[in-house]
Design a binder for this molecule. Structure first.
Ligand SMILES: [Zn+2]
Length: 213
């Protein structure tokens, strides 16, 4: 794995509505021809930076740490991908009215225990805020807010609004999102991509039917 390749951050599509769902969406075409967005540890840092899970100074320190300890950074990347796949399976199961696998729930629960050990109380203006321990530049720091986001979503009333893109039926898209429409009618991860593909296809099918008929 090209952990030391510190290429500038590529853009991530953040249409999931929650950090943990955007994280699950860091692979495209999962069922057919997977396109991996987390190919290197630097990609994980870029994702965390793009979503605000880590701030700029911490991101820079993490990249420096990864250059010094490339094997450890690769381990964290593998850990991140295992976590992402477990999150995907858990939320997909819930979106489809199925029971998530106990092994995936156990993985997430263990990750939550690790993450919460790094929770810190911080002064924030006149009051206090919950922060993360950023003094050690631990390589797995980008995972902590993701894990917390997943636990928060699973324990919230919003869990029933988690959906998988409608193009999942044809294995063309497996992105997850939170349906925040009042009528709960959102069907595609993005109207711009999958929504338009589906619309064009329906139009084509109708035109063909009219032509054949
Ligand atoms: Zn989609």
């Amino acid at each position: 794995m090209a952990t030391t390749d510190m290429t500038p951050s590529r853009e991530f599509d953040l249409s999931g509505g929650r950090l943990c769902l955007d994280f699950a969406n860091t692979v495209s075409m999962r069922d057919v021809k997977p396109r991996e967005r987390l190919a290197a540890y630097a990609d994980l840092v870029a994702f965390a930076r793009a979503t605000g899970a880590v701030d700029e100074p911490l991101a820079r320190r993490l990249l420096g740490e990864a250059r010094r300890r490339p094997a450890d950074a690769d381990d964290v990347l593998r850990q991140a991908i295992a976590l992402r796949e477990a999150l995907f399976r858990i939320f997909l199961a819930r979106a489809e009215g199925q029971e998530p696998a106990p092994a995936d729930e156990a993985l997430l629960s263990a990750a939550l225990s690790t993450a919460l050990a790094h929770r810190r109380l911080a002064r924030h203006g006149e009051g206090y805020a919950l922060g993360w321990d950023d003094t050690t530049a631990a390589l797995d720091a980008p995972l902590w807010p993701i894990v917390e986001s997943a636990a928060a979503l699973l324990t919230s009333g919003e869990l029933e609004r988690v959906r998988v893109c409608s193009l999942h039926e044809s294995q063309e898209c497996s992105w997850l999102f939170l349906d925040q429409t009042r009528a709960r009618t959102r069907r595609w991860c993005s109207m711009k991509d999958c929504g338009n593909v589906a619309k064009a296809r329906r139009h084509h099918a109708r035109a063909k039917e009219a032509g054949d008929g």
